[in-house]
Design a protein around this ligand. Structure first.
Ligand code: HEC
Ligand code: HEC
Ligand code: HEC
Ligand code: HEC
Ligand code: HEC
Ligand code: HEC
Length: 286
C-alpha cells in the first residue's frame, strides 16, 4: 500500500473540510500547524515542555515523529552555538541564553571562559558537567531531571567544594580564595579582580601578610623587604602584573626563589644562602 491510513485521511476529508472543522473532527497532526517554525518548536525543545525523545526516538532520528535531522544542519548535535552562546566566544558559552526572557544570573560568564590579565580561560568542566553532544546524559534530552536549568557542578574543577546559590554568588571556592583552601566567596557585580581581591598583596602590610602561610610576613616586612617576584618569579616579575597567567590560579603555588636558593615542594623547605642567612632545609610552615 502506498499511503498509510493516516496519510489518506486528509484526502478523504477534503471535499468537506469546512464541515469537518465545524463538527470538530480531531486533526490527524500531533503538533500545532506552525510547529515547523523554529521560533515555535525550539523553546519547547530547550525547556523540555514535552519530552521529544518519547516520540522522535532516543537518538532523535524519529520513530513516531519526523527525524530532527531532516531540516537541521548535519552537525547540529555537536554545534554548541546552535542553541546557546556564540555572541562573545565560539564555544557555546553565554551570552545568548536558553531562556529568551532576558534573565541572567551570571553576567561575568565571558570573564571566566575568555581568559584575561589575571588567569587563563577556565574550562567548562571547572563549573559544569561538560556535554559533547545534545544527547549527552544530563544535558537536555536524556536524563536531565531539571529541564531548562543550567546546572553548575564544580566537582571536576579547581574549586571542587564550590557551591552556586542560583542568584549570582559562589561560595567555598578555591579560585577566589587565598590559596590555602576552598575558602573564597564571590558575587557577580560586587567582586573586584584587584591584586588584593583574593589574597593579600605587596601593599597589604603586616596585618594582611600574617594571614598568609609560613614566612611570608617575615620576608615581606621591613628589614627583609622582599617582593612577591623574589620567590614567585615565573608568576610576577616584582609584584604585578601577572607575567604568566597560565601559572596563576592554576591550583598550586608556583615557587622560584631568588639567586641560588632552591625550593623542595615535597618537603616544603628552602635550601641555600639568602639575606645573609643559611637556610639548609629550613621549613616553610603552612
Ligand atoms: C507524542 C509524540 C511527540 C512528541 C512528544 C513530540 N513530537 Fe514532534 N512530531 C510528532 C509527530 C507524530 C510528528 C509528525 C507531524 C505531526 O503529527 O505533528 C512530529 C513532527 C515534528 C516536527 C516537524 C514539524 C511539523 O510540523 O511536522 C518538529 C519540528 C517536531 N516534531 C519537534 C518536536 C520537538 C522539539 C519535541 C519536543 C519538545 C517534539 N517534537 C515532541 C510527535 C511528537
Ligand atoms: C520541519 C523542519 C524541522 C524539523 C523536523 C526540526 N526542526 Fe528544529 N529547527 C528547524 C529550523 C529551520 C531551525 C533553525 C536553524 C538555524 O537557525 O540554523 C531549527 C532550530 C532548532 C533549535 C534551535 C533554535 C535556537 O535558535 O535556539 C532547536 C532547539 C530545535 N530546532 C529543536 C528541534 C528538535 C529537538 C527536533 C526534532 C524533535 C527538530 N528541531 C526538528 C527546523 C526543523
Ligand atoms: C539542541 C540545543 C542545544 C545544543 C546543540 C547544545 N546545548 Fe548545551 N544546553 C542546552 C539547554 C536547553 C541547556 C539547559 C540545560 C538543561 O535543560 O538542563 C544547556 C546547558 C548546557 C550547559 C550547562 C550545564 C547543563 O547541562 O545544564 C553546558 C555546559 C552546555 N549546555 C554545553 C554545551 C556544549 C559544550 C554543546 C556542544 C557540544 C552544547 N551545549 C550544545 C541546549 C543545547
Ligand atoms: C567559572 C564558572 C563557569 C565556567 C568556567 C563556565 N560556566 Fe557556564 N555558567 C556558569 C554559571 C554560574 C551559570 C549560571 C547558571 C544559572 O543561571 O543558574 C552558567 C550558565 C551557563 C549556561 C546557561 C545559560 C542560560 O541560558 O541561562 C550555559 C549554556 C553555559 N553556562 C555554558 C558554558 C560553557 C559552554 C562553558 C565553557 C566554554 C562554560 N559554561 C563555562 C559558570 C561557568
Ligand atoms: C620569601 C619567599 C616568598 C615571598 C617573598 C612571597 N612568597 Fe608567596 N609563597 C612562598 C612559599 C614558599 C609558598 C608556599 C608554597 C607551598 O607551600 O607549596 C607561598 C605561597 C603563596 C600563596 C598560596 C597561599 C599561601 O598563603 O601559602 C600565595 C597566594 C602567595 N604565596 C602569594 C604571594 C604574594 C602575593 C606575594 C607578594 C606580596 C608573595 N607570595 C611573596 C614564598 C614567598
Ligand atoms: C580571583 C582571585 C585572585 C585574584 C584577583 C588574584 N589572585 Fe593571585 N592567587 C590566587 C590564588 C587562588 C592563588 C594560589 C596559587 C594558584 O593557584 O596559582 C594565587 C597565587 C598568587 C601568587 C603566588 C604564585 C602562584 O603560584 O600563583 C602570586 C605572586 C599572586 N597570586 C599574585 C597576584 C597578583 C599580582 C594579582 C593581581 C594582578 C593577583 N594575584 C590577583 C587568586 C587570585
Amino acid at each position: 500500500m502506498r499511503f498509510g491510513p493516516l496519510a489518506l485521511l486528509p484526502l478523504l476529508a477534503c471535499p468537506a473540510a469546512d464541515e469537518a472543522k465545524e463538527t470538530g473532527t480531531p486533526s490527524t497532526r500531533y503538533h500545532p500547524d506552525d510547529f515547523a517554525d523554529p521560533a515555535v518548536h525550539s523553546p519547547e525543545a530547550k525547556l523540555q515542555t514535552q519530552e521529544c525523545v518519547n516520540c522522535h526516538g532516543a537518538d532523535l532520528t524519529g520513530s513516531t515523529g519526523t527525524s530532527c535531522d531532516t531540516c537541521h544542519p548535519v552537525d547540529w548535535r555537536t554545534d554548541c552555538t546552535f542553541c546557546h552562546g556564540g555572541e562573545e566566544t565560539a564555544d557555546g558559552a553565554p551570552p545568548s541564553y536558553i531562556h529568551d526572557d532576558g534573565t541572567n544570573n551570571f553576567p561575568v560568564h565571558t570573564n571566566h571562559v575568555a581568559g584575561g590579565d589575571i588567569a587563563d580561560a577556565f574550562a567548562c568542566s571547572d563549573c559544569h558537567a561538560h556535554p559533547t553532544d545534545v544527547l549527552s546524559e544530563g544535558h537536555l534530552f536524556i536524563g536531565d531531571d531539571t529541564p531548562g536549568v543550567a546546572e553548575v557542578d564544580f566537582s571536576a574543577g579547581l574549586s571542587k567544594a564550590g557551591t552556586w546559590d542560583g542568584a549570582g554568588t559562589c561560595s567555598n571556592l578555591y579560585c577566589h580564595g587565598n590559596g590555602q583552601g576552598d575558602n573564597g566567596t564571590a558575587s557577580a557585580g560586587t567582586f573586584e579582580a584587584t591584586c588584593d581581591g583574593c589574597h593579600p598583596h605587596q601593599s597589604s602590610g603586616s596585618a594582611g601578610w600574617r594571614t598568609m602561610s609560613g614566612e611570608h610576613d617575615r620576608h615581606l616586612s621591613e628589614g627583609e623587604g622582599f617582593e612577591c617576584g623574589d620567590c614567585h618569579k615565573a608568576v610576577v616579575d616584582q609584584w604585578e602584573p601577572i607575567a604568566d597567567t597560565s601559572l596563576h590560579v592554576n591550583g598550586t603555588p608556583d615557587i622560584q626563589l631568588v639567586g641560588a636558593m632552591t625550593w623542595s615542594s615535597s618537603a616544603e623547605t628552602c635550601t641555600g644562602e639568602c639575606h645573609g642567612e643559611e637556610h639548609e632545609g629550613r621549613r616553610w610552615e603552612r
